[in-house]
Structures are given as C-alpha cells and as structure tokens.
Design a binder for this molecule. Sequence first.
Ligand code: ADP
Length: 709
Amino acid sequence: MSEDRSQSLLELLMNVSREVATALDLRTVLQRLLYAAMQHVGGERSSIIVMDDAGKPVDATIVYGKQFHEHTTQQLRDTVERGLAGWVVQHRKPALVPDTSKDTRWLRRDDDLAERSGAKSAICVPLMARERLVGVLTLVHSAPNAFTEEHLNLMQAIADQASVAVLNARLYTESQRTARVMTALAESAATINTSLEMPDVWRRVLNQTLQALQVETVALALMDTLNTDLIFHAAAGHNSAAIPGKRIAKGQGLIWQVIHTARGLVVSAPKKNPLYAESDNFIGVDMRAVVIAPIHSQGRVIGVLIAINPLSGAFDPDALLVMTGLGSLAGTTIQNAQFLERLQKAHQRYRELFEDSADPIVITDLAGRVLEANRQAVLLSGYPSEALRAMRMDQLHEVKWNKIGANYEFLKRDDECTYESVLFRLNQESMPIEVHAHRMEFEETDSVQWILRDITERKELDVLRDDMIAMIYHDIRSPLGNIVSSLELMNGMIPEDETLRTMFNIARNSTARIQRLVNSLLDINRLESGQPIVDQHAIDPLVLVRESLRDVEPAASGRQQKLENKAMSVLPLIWVDVDMIHRVFINLLENGIKYTPVGGQIEIGAQTTSGTAVKFWVRDNGPGISAADRDRIFDKFTRLRAKNNPSGIGVGLAFCKLAVQGHGGQIWVESELGKGTTFWVTLPVAQKKATGQLKRQTGRLVIKEDRIP
Ligand code: ADP
C-alpha cells in the first residue's frame, strides 16, 4: 500500500471513528456507520444488525440508496439464522461474495431472479468489540464482481473502527431502556401503593398503565372465587364505561392463553392471531394492538391487566416488560388490599362481639392500664367509658396478687387466672365479682382480657344456704336429738300395751326418718364444699345390709312388699363412714319401696369383685326409669314428673352419689321401663384389720369400739 493511500485510509478511519463516536443513540450510530461504509467502500444497499450478548438480534437498520428503514427483531431473526449474515455470525469471519447467484451462502429472494435485479456482489463483515460479536454489517452492489479483497479489507477496517462505538451505543440504549422501565414501575409502585382500598387500587393501577404505555384503553380483570370466570372490575380510557362487570368464562383466546401460561403477550392485529377468540374482543371496538399481562399473587395468576391500542400505532419493545412489572405490582397490591379487607372485617367482627358481649370485658396492657372497656363493663362499673380508660385494673377491683402474680407476672407467662373479688363501683359501692383474666393480642399489642362477672346473686344464695344450714343445725337438729333420746328413754318405760307400742314405734320410726333427712342435707353441704369423710371404720358389709333391711321392714310390710337379702355370706370388711353408708342403703331401699307398687319385690345384695371393692345392689320390680331420666335423677332436687308419683324432695339420690363418691366408690343405675330398676354401689375394702361393733345411738348407727380380730 502506498504511503498516500495509507494516509488517506488512516484519515478515513479517523473520520468514521469521530462520526460514530460522537453519537450515543444507537440508531444514529448505525446510520452514520452505514453511510460511511457506502460512501467509502461502495454499493447501493447496506444493512447492519445489532446483537445482544446472547447473540439475539436487538436492532437493525437498512439503507436503500438514501432511505433508512428500521426492521423489527422478528424479521431480523431469519436473516441472522440463515443467509450470508448468518454465515458470518457463525464463523466470525468476513465474507466476500463476488457473484450472489453463484454463492450458496446468499439467501435468495424473489428480487434476486435474473429478470429482476439479478446477480449482485456483496460484502459482509462481523463487528467485534472486546472479543464480543456486536453485529454484522452487509454491503450489496447491484452488479456482480464490483467488490474486491481490498474492499473487503477496507470494510473490515471500518467495522473494527466502529464496533466499540456500536457496543457502547447498544449498552447505553439498554441502560436507558432499563432506566425507563424502572422509573415507570417505581413511579407506579409509589402511586399504586398509596391506598389499600380495593376500588382505589384498581383505579390507580389502570391510571399508571394508561400513562406508562400511552394507550387508548386499559382494563383489569380478576378470577372469580370459583376460578372459572374472569370478571372485569375496572377499566379506563376510550370505550371503557361498559367494561366493568363483564365476564369471560374459562376457555380459549388470547386472554386465557396468558392465564394458562402465566406469561404476558404483545399482539398486533389480534384478530389475525391464531389464538384469538371472540371473547377477546370484550371492548367491542376494533383492537389494533394489545398487551395482556398476568396479575400474580402468591405464585398464582389471579387476573390480567390489558392495554389496548397504543396512541403511537405500535407498542414499543418495553411495553411487555412494563406491563409485566405493572401486573406483578398490581398482584401484590391487590393481595395486600384483600388481606387488609379481610383483616378489617375480622377486626370489625371482633369489635362487635366485644361491644355486644353479655359479659363485662375490660382490656388492659400488661401493666394493668385499661385500654378498652365494653358496654357491659361501663354499665357494671358505673364509670363512663372515658374515665374507665384512664384507670388501672387495681383501682377497678381488688386484684388477687397471689393468683395473678406480682406485676401480673403469671398473666405475662400466659396463665389463665380465675378468682372471686370485689369491684369498686363509681358510687363507692362494692360488688362481688368473678374475675377471669388471660393474655391476648389486641390491636397488635400484648394485652390482657378481663371478664368481670357479677356474682351478687350467687353470693346471696350462698348466704341463704349458710343460713339454712345454721337453721337446721340449731333449730331442728338439737331439738330433734332431744326427741330421739327421749323416745329411747321412753322405750323401756312404756307399759306393755299393743296399741301404745305401735304408736310409739310410729313416732320412733318417723323421727328416725326426719333425722336421716336432716343428716343427709348436712352431709350434702359438707361433701359439696369438698370436706373429706373422716369417720371411717372397717365394718362387715353384711351387718350394714341387715341393719338397713331392719330399718325399712315396717315400710315394706305396710305395702305388702317382699324384702330379700341376696348378699353373699362371706364378704371382706369395707372402710366406710357407717352412719352415712347406712343412710345410702336406706335411701335406695326406701326408693324401691316407695316407687314399686303394692305387692312388689325389693332385694338388696352384695358381692366381692376385684378384692379392692365390694359391689352392692338394690333391685326392685317397679316401673323403671327411662334412659333420658337416668342421668338426671342423681342431681339435687330432681324429681321425675309422673302421675301418682309418691312425695319426696329429690335429694335422696344426690346424697347417695356424693356419699359414695366421697368414699372413692361408684354409683350407677340400670333400669328397664315396666320391669324394674337396679342401683349399683361399690365401696372400698378395708386395708386395716380393726373391725367395729355396731351400736344404735339416738337413732344413729355408730361403731361402739374398734377391735382387732
Ligand atoms: P325423691 O325420692 O325424694 O324424689 P330421689 O333423689 O331419691 O328423690 O330420687 C329422684 C327421682 O328418681 C325420684 O323422684 C323418682 O322419680 C326416681 N327414682 C328413684 N328411685 C327410683 C326407683 N327405684 N324406681 C323408679 N324411680 C325411681
């Protein structure tokens, strides 16, 4: 190469370099490069395809004479995969084609036919920058053999000179694009998230989509709860008024394609798309182009965001990216709004339950400061709601620190505490209350819920009961004792007269019955308050059975009933309060006698079972007790309603149950209507050897002395 030519080549390259390096916009760089190539190398047609790092064509410019054309990436894919450019991309080497009709690398098109433009010559070179393939540059001359090796070298030199500028321009464009998408999404995120009210969220999502994509219409549809239909909830822009409320049933079409594949779509001329279905035209007017993006929530597609007809005529390459971003954003926001809606509903429900609760409820923090009080608490305490909220729990009632722990310590560690206390009401009155406190979360803070129940009535009943017991003790029991001992004394004194003896016995038996009833009432009270049975002795069950039979004998013979003893002859000693169990047996036998018709049969029996207990039974052939009533009869003051039911007060079986269970035994009933009833009782076998002699003392059965056999 002569020095002159080298000089001019150098100048040329420097010019090219300056030309392309002064621009940053990719299109400008490409146009200048093509222009320089045609000017200095020749040819009427040139093209450049730019590729990303993955080798995918991202942009292209073509020049015919003085006209620039831009191609879409889809159109370019063909050229890069096949044809001369494809060969250069594959081999990363320049190619010279002196006659296109003779080179197989040339992708023949219709205008290559001999009768049209015919054979041409072409040059194609790779654009390599920092060992990366940035693109391919092709130059075409309308006549064959117009290009030589020299042209090829010059072309490659120009390409080498410009490739870094092309790469920089591409990177710049990419970063610009990312920045644009990011800005659009960030701005949308900021706006969309300002509200969590559902319709507001939809409106904001749509406005942002409308702005970011510059389209005529946008719409948002969500799946219904059954996941079968898509329902349009909101729309904005042209012709949007009729869209909300429309439904698209699960099926075919572009929209359902997006839901099924969970991937967005950009479609120009949707009606010509093979996936198009009638349901896609929900807007009812002509759709030139559409972007549909899925709305995701928790890994599931819950709906779609649709943008229709870009104002510029075609969507730019970022549209899908921006829409997909907006779709994700909408998904998260909609999900948050749904959570909030559910939370608000639950909160509202809790508030209603709290306010309307029949119980007075106070909520405090963990230091006992009142945070909330419901209507009933206001009524009960007499304090207005505001005043209550300024109080501490220990000002409102007498806190039982032993139950709740110093500084509410037990409550803090999640214990539930219940105790009886006194409420200090506004008017200085105090009121007996039952307090039930436990820790809970209230409006996201650790709190304590206090239920305060008015127990005035219960307390009054307690007092009444205590009074009654005191009355029984002092006003009935002692005079009754006097009557019994007087009768015992008289027993040896009355003259031998049959009528007198009969009357005396009636008086004695009736007094004994009253005494048993009084003693049973006192026992019920004692056993219910949890007092243990202390006066226990080892006693032969047969003796108890015989004594009980003896006591009820007059009543049975009065009703011509047969009384039978079916107890086994040898039984282990039992460990019982003799007088109490004696009354249990008498109760069961008297019930049998009372409820069984005249002439019936009543038996009492006993047998050993496990060696630790003796099992007794009292059986009659009376009317029986229905299954529904069997559980109730052991409750206090329960009497079954039946015609001609003999009198009673309904405490006999309640006493039997408490007495037997107080001994660690069991009591139950078996019965068949019309056939009869059997009561079963188990009582513990005595572990101690000592056994007592039974004696009657003022009508009661007591142990005379314990002796070792
Ligand atoms: P009372 O006999 O004073 O009514 P109880 O507590 O002894 O009270 O019995 C409760 C109820 O159980 C009785 O009212 C009666 O209806 C029913 N009952 C008890 N024993 C028998 C029985 N052997 N046969 C039929 N019903 C019985």
